[in-house]
Design a binder for this molecule. Structure first.
Ligand code: SF4
Ligand code: FES
Length: 310
């Protein structure tokens, strides 16, 4: 099994493991951010370049460094490889450049965006963003679109990560949404204005790293940090029925799938669970969800320096 050293920490991983996954196995600050890669979505990754790292030693056999920064979600570990992530200034500068690039057209409307508090771009901008912009041109803007009765698309906020497209492709029987146009004109579109009718379409909301796809049944009802995320389950004939109920007192404001430490869902939930079952009696509440991202959602809910709740 190949051994790789990331920021000086060595780990042995299975053949075919990417640098990103090896870093996740180590954990901590050295894990590169990932805005487009999503482990349960086939084909994802390689679009946003937020996960760049420096390969300072290619492998034991060929120790030459790689000539440019590499996307860690797409680069496989080789035996003897050495990688710099958090520890390298060029990597930090490149990530800052990517954030600046992603924010060229992304509006700074966090105060009114439903994704605020759980937005990966917000976290990234907090860590790497600049206080001002050098962009002098007019930002591209789009009208908001209702994709069916449950989902709102704010194309203006989209960062073209492709996650929702891969999700729709993999979970829906029929592909009705994708990206049309190129470059500055590229946009998410439902072909011939068809809504996404699949019973699993609501999962595009959970995989979207920004607030481009939001839940119409929850929009503007509450800020996420005022709610208590509770693990809950129900007997569902369509999906696993395992979800997170976002509660205020005894009232359920929204239902989402359960996310891991990196904000990824491994068990997608159906639209009935997500949008139609909001009565407290619909769910068996298990207890507080494990929120251990450095997220504002964790604030004020649980005591202690650690944000991990188990
Ligand atoms: S709508 Fe969201 S998930 Fe889809 S491409 Fe845009 S940012 Fe990614
Ligand atoms: S997460 Fe690797 S390129 Fe986007």
């Amino acid at each position: 099994m190949p051994k790789v050293k990331i920021d000086g920490v060595e780990i042995e991983v299975a053949e075919g493991t990417t640098i990103l996954h090896a870093a996740r196995q180590i954990g901590g600050d050295l894990v590169p951010p990932a805005m487009c890669y999503y482990s349960s979505l086939k084909g994802s990754g390689g679009k946003c370049r937020t996960c760049l790292v420096k390969v300072t030693k290619g492998s034991e056999k060929d120790p030459r460094p790689m000539p440019k920064l590499m996307a860690s979600c797409q680069t496989m570990v080789m035996d003897g490889m050495e990688v710099a992530s958090k520890s390298d200034e060029a990597v930090t500068a490149a990530r800052a450049g990517v954030v600046e690039f992603l924010l060229l057209n992304h509006p700074l409307d966090c105060p009114i965006c439903d994704q605020a508090g759980e937005c990966h771009l917000q976290d990234l901008a907090f860590e790497h963003g600049k206080a001002t912009t050098r962009y002098e041109f007019e930002r591209r803007t789009f009208e908001k679109i209702d994709i069916g009765p449950y989902i709102k698309l704010h194309m203006t906020r989209c960062i073209m990560c492709w996650r929702c497209v891969y999700l729709a492709q993999q979970l829906s029987p029929e592909r009705v949404h994708g990206i049309i146009g190129r470059g500055d004109h590229a946009e998410i579109s439902t072909y011939i204005e068809k809504s996404i009718e699949s019973e699993f379409s609501g999962n595009v909301i959970d995989v979207c790293p920004v607030g481009a796809l939001t839940d119409r049944t929850f929009r503007f009802k509450s800020r996420v940090w005022f709610l208590n995320p509770m693990n809950a389950h129900r007997d569902c004939p369509t999906c696993s029925g395992k979800a997170v109920a976002w509660m205020y007192g005894g009232e359920i404001f929204r239902i989402t799938a359960r996310k891991d430490h990196y904000g990824e869902v491994h068990e997608f939930i159906c639209n009935t669970c997500r949008f139609d079952k909001k009565g407290a009696g619909d769910w068996t509440i298990e207890g507080p969800s494990n929120i251990d991202r450095h997220s504002v959602i964790s604030q004020n809910h649980y005591e202690g320096a650690s944000l991990t709740v188990r």
